[in-house]
Structures are given as structure tokens and as C-alpha cells.
Design a protein around this ligand. Structure first.
Ligand code: 4NP
Length: 156
């Protein structure tokens, strides 16, 4: 099983959106028994909460299931266990690299590094910007590239 973890600051806006979007793409590709997906936050403020209303709304509009997703905080085992740790912005990368022993740093990548020609490498935080639509577009497009990237690397 290839294990993919999406990480953002609060685990209520961007990373649960990416988790739900990517899960749907993996399912459509018939790879749900090969790729497992989860998300976590750097902070502990929202532990146990469902995704933010803005994330829920955009997922519902796009017919993407998010049932059962609840916020949790990243822990040391995650950094051992997951093969791909997909961060939303450079602050997440910095925090993750502080938590993870150096031997795991190669697993940590920003989602938008996988989006060819992207003019930004940070997924803007809609908790502060309110622009969930823009974030959804970025996440949806880059998750296609993430899936191709993983399929190629893992020969799936
Ligand atoms: P997220 O957005 O990292 O995309 O889930 C945030 C949600 C909550 C907070 C910050 C960012 N917060 O400070 O509570």
C-alpha cells in the first residue's frame, strides 16, 4: 500500500479538501486498494471537527464525498508511516521538517510543486482569504498531477 498524507495548518480547509478530492480520483482510477489517503494538521485547534463550511460547500458542489473526515494533529508516527507527505505551503514544510528526522525529509513536498507552470508554490489559506473556489481549482488540478506522479514512481 502506498500511503499519502496531506498536511495543512488547521486540517479543516485545504488538506481535508485535498484528501477528499484525491480519494475520488484514486477511486475513479480503481486504485483504492493500492493507495491509502489521509490528512492532518500542524496545529491542534480543530481536532475532531469536520471540514470548514467553505470546504464542505465546494466539495458538495463538485459531488465529492467527504463523509467521515475529521481534523487531527500530525504525530511522529505519521512521518515514519506515510510515503508521500504533501504540504500546502512553505510554512507547513518548515514545521514538518522540524518534526521529522532528516531521513524522512525527502518525503515532504508541496502540492503545487507538482503543478507544471504554477506561478505560486503555496496553496493560499482560505481560512483567511475566504476564496475556497480558487483553492479547489488549484487542488483539483494538482491532484491529477500527483496521481500521475505516484503512478509513475510506484508503477501502478
Ligand atoms: P487550513 O486553514 O490550514 O487550510 O485548515 C486553517 C484553519 C484554521 C486555522 C488556520 C488555518 N486556525 O488558525 O485556526
Amino acid at each position: 500500500m502506498v500511503k499519502v498524507l496531506f498536511v495543512c495548518l488547521g486540517n479543516i480547509c485545504r488538506s481535508p479538501m485535498a484528501e477528499a478530492v484525491f480519494r475520488q480520483k484514486v477511486k475513479e482510477a480503481g486504485l483504492e486498494d493500492k493507495i491509502s489517503i489521509d490528512s492532518a494538521g500542524i496545529g491542534r485547534w480543530h481536532i475532531g471537527k469536520p471540514p470548514h463550511e467553505g470546504t464542505r460547500r465546494i466539495l458538495t458542489e463538485n459531488k465529492i464525498d467527504y463523509a467521515g473526515i475529521r481534523a487531527r494533529q500530525i504525530n511522529a508516527e505519521d512521518l515514519e508511516e506515510f510515503d508521500y507527505i504533501i504540504a500546502m505551503d512553505e510554512e507547513n514544510v518548515r514545521d514538518l521538517k522540524q518534526l521529522a528526522p532528516e531521513k524522512h525529509h525527502f518525503k515532504i513536498v508541496r502540492l503545487l510543486e507538482l503543478l507544471p507552470g504554477s506561478d505560486t508554490l503555496n496553496v493560499p489559506d482560505p481560512y483567511f482569504t475566504g476564496n475556497f473556489e480558487h483553492v479547489y481549482k488549484l487542488i483539483n488540478e494538482s491532484c491529477d498531477h500527483l496521481l500521475s506522479y505516484i503512478r509513475q514512481r510506484e508503477q501502478l
